[in-house]
Design a protein around this ligand. Structure first.
Ligand code: BDR
Ligand code: CA
Length: 311
């Protein structure tokens, strides 16, 4: 089993990542931590607790950073709505928030576990992860790997060059890529292949449970904003792909590269500059996700929703 801490900003695709992590027997979800991103910290934290309530997820949830390390805050209401998780009725939280700050929860869990056993899965801006590295640098060698959703090597979505999670806190992202740990970058080149097509939504609806209805509402709202603002036929469920790869690494192929975040560009700030060759003369520091097995992704996701619906 893969033991993970999911550091997220739910967020429609973050919610799906939580559900797959909780509903797949190969993943042990140790905790959910939240970071301001798609919406303010208060909103995304409340959303995380609502997802826990509807999906029966019984793990610690801790709130983290209120905003990026250096720059003004950026949120994404155009894609995720005013609540950060618009669409479904959000159930009242049933569990209390963990009293710790997310950064302290991450440090506590990593330092208490056997070295090399905990994977960090950041699916929002990287503020919490960068601060945890700074507060307790020993986590860097103790973490098994960091499997993050962010960036891209051929495109952006917030600007032509930059993806949202990276541009929302580029200094934090750069610290994470530069850290002496294994990083897997699940960027837009991969996640834009992970669309929830009508056929997928029908399979989820057929499970016919309160949770499956919740997921269908999530995908409908996400589909609408992606159609209107990004010109997609179906919504790409980015964050889900990170967890899916930990369930089964056959879900996508990777290529090794050097990745650095542009911090001073006139038009390219937040770009994940990706060197698959050695053009920059830098050692490779990242495994970059390239090609998705989409049927495998949706099979395991449908299975997880069915499993949580049955419990
Ligand atoms: C990323 O940004 C957020 O809007 C999504 O939740 C995902 O993590 C995609 O660029
Ligand atoms: Ca996210």
């Amino acid at each position: 089993t893969e033991r993970i801490i999911l550091d997220c900003d739910p967020g429609h695709d973050d919610a799906l990542a939580m559900i797959l992590a909780a509903g797949n027997p190969g993943i042990e979800l140790i905790a959910v931590t939240t970071c301001a991103g798609n919406q303010t910290l208060a909103k995304v934290t409340r959303n995380a607790l609502s997802v826990c309530a509807i999906a029966g997820i019984d793990v610690p949830v801790a709130a983290g950073c209120q905003g990026p390390m250096v720059r003004p805050q950026m949120v994404a209401p155009d894609i995720h709505g005013d609540s950060g998780l618009d669409g479904p009725v959000l159930p009242a939280p049933v569990r209390e928030l963990d009293p710790r700050h997310a950064v302290d929860l991450i440090i506590d869990e990593v330092m208490a576990a056997e070295p090399g056993t905990i994977t960090l899965v950041p699916t929002g801006p990287l503020t919490n992860i960068a601060l945890a590295m700074n507060k307790e640098p020993r986590i860097i060698e103790r973490v098994k790997q960091v499997v993050l959703m962010g960036g891209g090597y051929t495109r952006g979505n917030r600007t032509p060059a930059a993806e949202f999670n990276i541009i929302a806190d580029p200094e934090a992202a750069q610290a994470v890529f530069a850290g002496a740990w294994k990083v897997v970058m699940v960027g837009l080149d991969l996640t834009h292949q992970a669309t929830a097509d009508a056929e997928v939504v029908e399979r989820i609806a057929a499970i016919d449970s309160p949770l499956s209805e919740f997921v269908v509402e999530i995908l409908k709202f996400f589909g609408k904003t992606y159609r209107e603002h990004q010109g997609f036929d179906a919504p790409p469920v980015h964050d889900l792909c990170c967890v899916a790869w930990l369930v089964d690494p056959k879900v996508f192929t990777t290529r090794s590269a050097f990745v650095a975040v542009e911090l001073t560009g006139t038009w390219t700030t937040g770009m994940t500059v990706t060197d698959f060759e050695f053009l920059l003369g830098q050692a490779h520091n990242t495994d970059v996700a390239v090609q998705l097995d989409k049927p495998l992704l949706w099979d395991m996701t449908v299975d997880a929703i069915a499993a949580l619906s049955a419990q």
